[in-house]
Ligand binder design. Structure first.
Ligand code: AMP
Ligand code: MG
Length: 426
């Protein structure tokens, strides 16, 4: 029994490789992932889209000083009358980047702009809109709250405290946050290296004429796109013929150069047999029939032995099935391997289905959908049309996957369905 078989046996008593539920496959895959450890230092802008390699402690207080959150007057709360207006003498101004030099005493106030350092002696800011100023005197109405309209030193990031944890994706917010600490260079985890190739005697590459019975290899392009967007370093190994010697050398080559190897095609019944025996020799791979549609056949395991063995994902050949299995299994696995520790699961939302959907209980279905808003402002989902697993147009027209869960049966119009949106914020 291989190590993979042992884990499968231990984590799933009812494991059935002929109808493996999606969630069970995810659980098994998760047991077999190890994150990259090596790191590199890069200039801050270059870190966009990378995974933070170290805990980042705050080297300063942000903001560095107590300052005003509004345009108004800095006052002493103890001067203000609760039951009537208060008159204070204005003794100066403070601007962002230009502080008031003196100290405020009783009965005094300072005009402050947003971001100005709080004058010494002041503890509250009264917004300009409620005040009146005449002849150097400022009238403050009753009802002000002590300490309001101020930002406190360190309230965003406190000196010495954790600013960002290792494993966090660096998005625009993190770029700005790191910049707010004055840090210009960060350690990021090295990019995950992913090698992939397509298998199939019927595949032609772009630039070749199509002979009878051939199709252009599109899977390598969708994979290139999905992997690149995930932040991986991609190694595109082209098309490999359905012949054991070529497949063996391609798999060994891929595993030697990459953390993960992805193939498309060649895992369905009838085709899988020689790949199966090949992989049994080269590593540790299981072939599954997943209870899902599209994307039923899939293989997972390792090529090579030992902790550095490349993880292997053998995806089906059909172009839609490649994308659906990638989003269902491979995406999260690769993000774990890339060292992400933040919450990266794609959110799933519930919206009403515009139409009836046919669905057989006992498998998870991923239908290609469009979520849109009607004239009443209500969001609902509909299908893109033809749902065949070879119809890549269905993915291109879609803005979401409608995920019909394992146990679920037919959907009536108006029923809530789960959707996974394709696009997020930039
Ligand atoms: P397979 O899983 O190898 O039996 O392939 C299933 C279907 O997907 C067949 O119709 C193949 O021609 C098609 N297919 C396989 N690989 C690719 C590819 N790289 N690009 C486009 N279609 C493919
Ligand atoms: Mg094939």
């Amino acid at each position: 029994m291989s190590a993979l078989d042992l884990v499968i046996a231990s984590c799933l008593a009812d494991y059935d490789p002929n109808a493996l539920p999606v969630d069970s496959a995810k659980t098994i895959i998760r047991e077999f992932l190890s994150p990259v450890t090596s790191r590199e230092r890069v200039a801050l802008r270059t870190a966009l889209g990378r995974v933070l390699g170290e805990d980042l402690l705050s080297t300063i207080d942000v903001p560095a000083h107590n300052n005003s959150a509004m345009d108004g007057y800095a006052v002493r709360a103890s001067d203000l009358h609760a039951d009537g207006p208060t008159q204070l003498r204005r003794i100066g101004n403070a601007f962002a980047g230009r502080a008031f030099a003196g100290t405020m005493g009783a009965g005094e106030c300072v005009r402050v702009m947003t971001g100005a350092v709080m004058p010494l002696g002041a503890d509250t800011v009264v917004v300009q809109e409620v005040t009146r100023e005449a002849g150097g005197m400022v009238i403050i109405p009753p009802g002000q709250k002590a300490g309001e309209n101020m930002r406190f030193a360190g309230e965003d990031l406190a000196l010495g405290k954790l600013a960002l944890p290792a494993g966090k994706l660096i998005r625009p917010a993190e770029l700005g946050l790191i910049a707010s600490l004055g840090i210009g260079e960060v350690a990021v985890k090295r990019r995950l290296r992913v090698a992939f190739f397509s298998t199939g005697d019927e595949l032609a590459s772009i630039g070749q004429p199509l002979a009878e019975g051939q199709v252009y290899d599109s899977n390598r392009y969708t994979l290139h796109g999905m992997l690149t967007r995930l932040g991986c370093e991609v190694i595109d190994m082209g098309v490999v013929r359905d012949d054991p010697a070529s497949l063996e050398s391609a798999l060994l080559d891929a595993a030697a150069n990459a953390d993960a190897v992805i193939t498309s095609g060649g895992v369905s019944v009838g085709e899988a047999d020689f790949i199966r025996s090949l992989l049994a020799r080269l590593g540790d791979v299981v072939f599954w029939k997943i209870a899902m549609r599209p994307g039923r056949p899939m293989a997972f395991g390792r090529i090579g032995h030992g902790p550095d063995a490349a993880r292997f994902f053998g995806l089906p050949g059909n172009p839609v099935a490649v994308m659906v299995t990638f989003y269902a299994f491979v995406r999260d696995a690769l993000l774990t391997m890339a060292g992400r520790t933040d919450a990266f699961a794609l959110p799933r939302l519930q919206v009403a289905s515009r139409t009836a959907l046919r669905k057989k209980p006992g498998r998870t279905e991923y239908q290609r959908g469009i979520v849109e808003q009607d004239s009443n402002g209500k969001w609902s989902a509909r299908l893109t049309g033809q749902q065949g697993s070879g119809v890549l147009r269905s993915m291109s027209e879609a803005n979401c996957l409608i995920v019909l869960e394992h146990e679920r049966g037919d959907v009536a119009p108006g029923d809530l369905v789960t959707v996974q949106m394709f696009e997020g914020l930039v």
